[in-house]
Design a protein around this ligand. Sequence first.
Ligand code: PEP
Ligand code: MG
Length: 929
Amino acid sequence: MAKTVKKAAKKAAVKKAVKSMKNVYYFGGGKADGKGSMKELLGGKGANLAEMAGLMKLPVPPGFTITTEVCTYYWDNKKNYPSSLKAEVESNLKKVEKETKKVFGSVDNPLLLSVRSGARASMPGMMETILNIGLTEKTIPGMIKKTGNERFVYDAYRRLIMMYSDVVMEKAAGIEPKDDKGIRKVLDGMLHDVKSKKGVKDDTDLTAEDLKTLCAEFKKTVKNVLGKEFPDNPMLQLWGAIGAVFSSWNGKRAIAYRNIEKIPHEWGTAVNVQAMVFGNMGTDSATGVAFSRNPGNGDSHFYGEYLINAQGEDVVAGIRTPSPMNKWSKNTHSEHLPTLEQVMPKAYKELDGIQKKLEKHFRDMLDIEFTIEQGRLWMLQCRVGKRNGTAAVQMALDMVKEKLISQNEAVLRVTASQLDELLHPAIDPKAEALAKIVGKGLPAGPGGASGKVVFTSEAAMALKAKGEKAILVREETNPEDVEGMRAAEAILTQRGGMTSHAALVARGWGKCCIVGCGELEINLSKKTASIGSVTFKEGDFITLNGTKGFVYLGQLKMLEAGEGNNNLTKFLDMCDKIKRLDVRTNADTPEDAVRAKKFGAKGIGLFRIEHMFYGTNAEKPLFILRKMIVSKTTEERTKAVNELFPFMKKAIKGTIKAMAGFGVTIRLMDPPLHEFIPQQKEVKEQVCKAMGITMEEFDSRAAVLHEVNPMMGHRGVRLGVTYPEITEMQSRAILESAAELIKEGVKAMPEIMVPVVCHENELIDQRAIIERVYKEVVAKTGVKKLPLSVGTMIEIPRAAIMSHKIAEQADFFSFGTNDLTQMTFGFSRDDIGGFMGAYLEKGVLKNDPFQTLDQDGVGYLIKQGVKGGRSTKAKLKIGICGEHGGDAKSVEFCHREGFNYVSCSPFRVPIARLAAAQAVAKEIKTKKK
Ligand code: PEP
Ligand code: MG
């Protein structure tokens, strides 16, 4: 199936390339064939070069772009080009020659070219650049004569040899260097040796003679190492470079980057061929990279770095410490260096004017590359600049204030992950870039954390008590671990998926967590663990990146979360003005409710009663619950249920009070019974003693409770159908809490939700109990205005399909997409760790469906659920409370499908608010088009 689809797509792409015929787009001299909106065809770089050169008439060295369609053609046709390409390149080259008044390959007046890749989405550092193409034994003397600068020409030549041998002769030829020591490293080493022999620090200190000798040595080395002569023909160099850029699209680095960034592999790259301008022609020349605003903090001043007498790659490569553009660009390394504004005031002024013009034109922060050749400014590239979370929020707010963009546009300028950065501590990206990933798992709880390894909850608590940070490392977690999980800085597990116990609990607390790290092996007796060949022991430091799912050894530097960030509040308030969806939270304690309110939650969409049996002060109710679970008779059970009542009421009342004025959806217990059966001998003994039963009796009752497939077993509403006293007690706890609060003057708005419903009769059964209790509570308390709202979760496929019938019995629906995903895919939500990694790696699935809603499959059932429900009750309130409620793409889906609200863990609330606003903004944008 997949193969057929791929073949068809390939054929279509080939046809398109042949049909469009135009494979090369010229730009320069105030004209351009393309424009900024043609990113798909010309790549980001090519499209913006066309926009700058043509529409904006900025000083751009002339050149041409070979389209991304040619790249697709090249890969579909055994690395051959469309037949017309050669002639098109030649005719465009003629135009460049005319514009520059130079000739490619000329002995007297040679034109040199740069060849650069440029995909639709920027792939920094992943793709290739080759400069100074056209330098040969024959053109070198001409260049020297024209420029009168022999040193410059040999510097340019040594760069060409270094880049070309690396990109074209080694990487594109598929040569895998031994010991990771590629030709580039070999040549770099030689350059370094020459500098040390001469006792100089910088490349600029080498003379023409030094460089000339070095070039000759380079060429010999290239021949020796790669077995081929360095090409001495300009056209051969040019076509070699073009082919290498297309090849690089499927290089290892590029593929890996696209996998991480989820950039489609079929997009292809364009190739930009451009006349060279030189920043290395002496002290009146320079090159630099700048941003129209500071990408690190969003400050609205022009910001950047430059190097005198250098070519572009030197700035990025960090060979010399670049100097600051202006006073706003100074840092501790560069504060003593002269600014471009001081050194070349004329060029700086022009550049500053251009960056302002570019911002106005593109209406965003831009990343600019420029070169100053003997005092003359040239623009080499501009693209929308990457920025961190702090900067993204600052810029969005500033640009609205400056009337550069609308509020709708502003909310689209901040991504969910940028917002997430502001809500959690994170590993310092500089430290992370240098560290080696030792293991990978599923990114279950975002942010970063560093601490000492512990293998038990007790050890985590003990370490916390000493004021130290613990990382709890477990095969998997269960409710007995909760206190340790709370005490730990972060959690790492071998098993489990994105909705496993550890993941749910950690995310609820905003805790960093990685689950399903399949390679992790724990040896509890030795108190050691290993991931692959790396072993660590209790007390060793490890660092987790819970946003990406990466594990590192040692203690990496951390950055604090943006506490009390006024900008964040302002930005999210702006989102609220735009969004239509309400954002509630999944919370089960007053503390979580208060936290979620701070993050902007308007109500609780899921209060899981069973969570009162986890964590602080849970010992006593947990003990009673265990008695309830192993009860055999109704009497035994009723006794336990009555004992449980005051605890449950207290937990519920506190949370309703904390969310006063907003709806609080309390879900009847859906306890994973098997998880609550005690395993430890002492606990078992205590339960036996309290119930007056023997250990054998206990074990035989536990054996009866054992289920082969507990996820599809005696849970949710089924528990309430078999044991009505459990539903009765819970309803009473909820309704009495609310009635008492109302009496105290608190605006209590409880909603009772029945889980795991598959048939309307289940709801009829439960509703009867709840309504009976409601009447009793009203009579007992005298609170006549006690609200009554009974709804259901839609989390079983049958419920979604039969939603029209179920809606007859429900005041609201809340989609439980954790279970709905589990049952639609047939993937156990606790066991996906074993295969999800392979599914994602092989592209069998694009996303983990427990993280990002499967809009096609699960989404189909949701659509049906909404349609059916609203066909019965047009105004039926509909929400989502599965983990997807905090995933940006899933929130957008809920908006489109006409939901009333989404509900997610407190720390995801800001992201849901952003995503809900973005959904509206996108809708408006699409309508405008
Ligand atoms: C769900 O299934 O989506 C849900 C919210 O319930 P739980 O995760 O508690 O099963
Ligand atoms: Mg569920």
